[in-house]
Design a protein around this ligand. Structure first.
Ligand code: PLP
Length: 475
């Protein structure tokens, strides 16, 4: 295939994509293939000679599509959504066509300067004060790793990158048990070691870190000759939306001069609605904050907004500038590769520009407000349905529940069977978690094309399949 045929195929792909999005709600949400089905349908050997694009395209529909779980399905209520709103897909199409590698200002000034401006648009949208700046990372995991490396370097007086950790007191990082596993991974990769990740107990409905317990843990570590290095807080944890009391925990960290990072990967998008910011007063005291526009805001994966109160610490930790990367004659420009672990960078800011312009902040807020309202309405209906109990209350658009009819001996087994049967059915897609050791089913609404009817259909499907389970097999 050559570029002269690209337009024909590009139009065909655009039509296919439009039809896919308009009809995706008629497909089963989760792929129904068995392990190995797709692998076995793919030829073992690569072709030696060119193949016809028509055949390639037909095989894409025949082999690939049955093995797709439809993340853009309006009844995808599992995990957290990874929305790809139409304007952001268009921007990604353009970026794929131009294919710039944006590691340095001079390798595409438009990408760097658009990123600077878009991070500031996002800062204003979330109500963060002037002075915060930021960078677009590939994932929240990368942002958290960058923050943990910064904690390590600050605590070691910038000697860790060169001399390693040996010979120093153990560094200690504090978080609750509700943070995402990307925190554990960052601790492993940084060399700090899992044993030095201190889990501070949580309390209350929000399952947030107890600030007094944080203070006590830090003091105990200092007394034991260990070296506190940083605190990681979460706003909207993955399992049940756990949220730490930001202001009180940041106060503790400030008393001990500790670097702080807030993971708001999912819930950060909701902060574009002023009424949902109750959960993070005091956020302006954080050193580093991450949220994923590629989740609830509609910017196609990947796109992770990483805000910094002062980027100097991060840049001092990560910047490395061999001669082949120097940009002589352009002093003072931002080279965003110095703000992240990977060197190469995609042009991610364009999709934010398209997205915000196409919907306006008000359009984005309306979607998020609807998701929260509809999810709460579903919560109320399930809470009033005999046999069901709410396990954790709504945090924005996420809550957990359990099917607990009277005289059931093994609720974990029953609820696992329920969630599996729901997902095999295909009309909706849910996932499970554990709350205080017991299985609970998660519900969250966040897909851009979801309607109130889609959310309410979840009630019908859940109760219908629960009844069937109860009929088919003694509970
Ligand atoms: N933090 C939270 C709270 C999450 O829910 C997730 C993923 O769902 C992550 C971090 C990791 O995000 P990413 O896939 O961008 O690394």
């Amino acid at each position: 295939m050559n570029w002269s045929e690209f337009g024909t195929w590009g139009r065909r792909v655009a039509d296919w994509a439009q039809n896919y999005h308009l009809t995706v709600g008629t497909r089963p949400v989760r792929a129904k293939t068995k392990p190995g089905d797709i692998l076995n349908a793919l030829p073992v050997m690569p072709p030696e000679t060119p193949e016809d694009m028509e055949q390639v395209f037909q095989d894409f529909e025949r082999i690939v599509m049955p093995g797709i779980t439809h993340w853009q399905h309006p009844r995808f209520f599992a995990y957290f959504n990874a929305n790809a709103a139409a304007p952001s897909v268009l921007a990604e199409f353009l970026v794929s066509a131009i294919a710039p590698q944006c590691m340095l200002w001079q390798t595409s000034p438009a990408a760097t300067e658009m990123e600077t401006r878009m991070m500031d648009w996002l800062r204003q949208s979330l109500g963060l004060p002037d002075g915060f700046c930021g960078v677009i990372q590939d994932s929240a995991s990368s942002a958290t790793l960058a923050a943990v490396l910064t904690m390590r370097e600050k605590a070691l007086n910038w000697t860790g990158n060169s001399a390693g950790l040996a010979g120093n007191a153990h560094l200690r990082i504090y978080c609750s048990s509700e943070v995402h596993t990307s925190v554990d991974r960052a601790i492993w990769v940084s060399g700090i070691g899992q044993d030095n990740l201190v889990r501070v107990p949580v309390q209350g409905d929000w399952r947030g870190m107890d600030p007094a317990a944080l203070e006590a843990a830090i003091q105990a570590d200092i007394a034991a000759g260990l070296r506190p290095a940083g605190v990681i807080l979460c706003v909207g944890g993955t399992s049940v939306g756990a949220t730490d009391p930001i202001a009180a925990c940041l106060d503790v960290a400030a008393r001990h001069d500790l670097y702080t990072h807030v993971d708001a990967a999912w819930a950060g998008s909701a902060m574009i609605c002023p009424e949902f910011r109750d959960y993070w007063p005091g956020i302006e005291g954080a050193d580093s904050i991450v949220f994923n526009p590629h989740k609830w805001l509609g910017a196609q994966f990947d796109c992770s907004a990483h805000f910094l109160r002062n980027p100097d610490d991060l840049v001092r930790t990560l910047a490395i500038s061999p001669e082949y990367l120097k940009t002589h004659g352009h002093d003072g420009v931002i080279n965003y590769s110095e703000w992240s672990v990977p060197l190469g960078r995609r042009f991610r800011a364009l999709k934010i520009w398209f997205l915000i312009r196409a919907y306006g902040l008000e359009g984005l807020r309306t979607r998020i407000r609807n998701h929260v309202a509809w999810s709460r309405a579903l919560h109320d209906r399930l809470a009033a349905t005999p046999g069901f109990e709410i396990v954790t209350p709504p945090m924005w658009s996420l809550f957990t529940f359990r099917y607990a009819p009277a005289d059931t001996s093994d609720l974990d087994d029953l609820n696992l069977r329920l969630v599996n049967a729901i997902n095999d059915d295909g009309r909706i897609y849910l996932t499970q978690t554990r709350v205080d050791g017991e299985l609970a089913i998660r519900f969250q609404a966040g897909q851009f094309e979801t309607t109130q009817q889609d959310v309410m259909m979840a009630h019908d499907v859940i109760t219908e399949i629960a009844d069937r389970l109860a009929r088919d097999k003694p509970l």
